[in-house]
Write a protein that binds this ligand. Structure first.
Ligand SMILES: [Zn+2]
Ligand SMILES: [Zn+2]
Length: 254
């Protein structure tokens, strides 16, 4: 950061002090909201204080940094009230509708509390693992974040890039089929590119993101081989496609 009070550096400092809320944090807040929809969400109430601690732990696991009040009870209480603005069971006149991501998260999960509970359980499980020091550390890439948030997106990526299991998956497929190819479109890198493509294929982890629990081992059956194009299409936008949905799209286009 430069010494002068230039707008760029001031902007950076601002971002550091108060990074925008993530999907992960909003999902935790929405889960609480749906369980306590009649509350006033007082920032001094025990429930909101406990929730603030949980959300701060999630923010920390995501690597968000800021002041000690990164997520404080006032902010958490406001987010809960913002959800109320989207709740058809409440008279929401006069409440600001909050930011766009809250609306998106509401639209995706408010009608499916059982699924949301699974997602939140998994996020908190991964957060606990991060606290214990055994969280996957991943390079960031341009993978579209899953509706279930960044932490579970990272676990997905970590699982499908585990070199040992990927090697075993390829070896097992090769033994059985005699060559490596995309299990959705049939693309074979060696056929297309010759020697350079030998042994080249990506792995995709097929378990629903909400079921990724820290410490679970990946089974060969959890992985499918995909060419780079098909794998990118699965992750290209939200919600991620299943492999079956990808195959269906390929069938429809051919
Ligand atoms: Zn393919
Ligand atoms: Zn994948």
């Amino acid at each position: 950061m430069c010494d002068a009070a230039c707008p760029y550096c001031l902007g950076m400092a601002e971002t550091k002090r108060n990074p925008p809320w993530t999907r992960d944090e909003l999902l935790i807040a929405l889960h609480y909201y749906l369980d306590h929809a009649g509350d006033y969400f007082s920032p001094t109430g025990e429930g909101v204080l406990e929730l603030t601690v949980r959300i701060s732990q999630v923010a920390k696991a995501l690597g968000l940094t800021g002041s000690d009040t990164l997520r404080n009870a006032n902010g958490v209480s406001m987010k809960l009230l913002n959800f109320r603005a989207h709740d058809p069971n409440h008279d929401t006149k006069g409440l600001s509708r909050g930011n766009k991501l809250e609306e998106v998260v509401w639209a995706e999960f408010a009608d499916d509390p059982a699924e949301l509970k699974k997602v939140v359980t998994s996020i908190l499980n991964v957060t606990q693992a991060a606290k214990d020091g055994d969280a996957p550390v991943l390079p960031d890439d341009d993978l579209t974040e899953a509706p279930e948030g960044q932490l579970l997106t990272r676990v997905h990526r970590y699982r499908e890039r585990n070199a040992a299991i990927v090697k075993r998956k390829k070896a097992s497929y090769l033994r059985y089929h005699g060559h490596l190819c995309c299990e959705a479109c049939g693309f074979d890198f060696q056929v297309a590119y010759g020697k350079r493509g030998e042994g080249f294929i990506e792995c995709h982890h097929t378990r629903p993101v909400s079921e990724l629990i820290s410490g679970q081992t990946t089974k060969l059956a959890d992985l499918v081989l995909l060419c780079a194009n098909c794998h990118r299409m699965i992750h290209a936008s939200r919600p991620w496609w299943t492999v079956e949905k990808l195959r269906e799209a390929l069938r429809q286009q051919s």
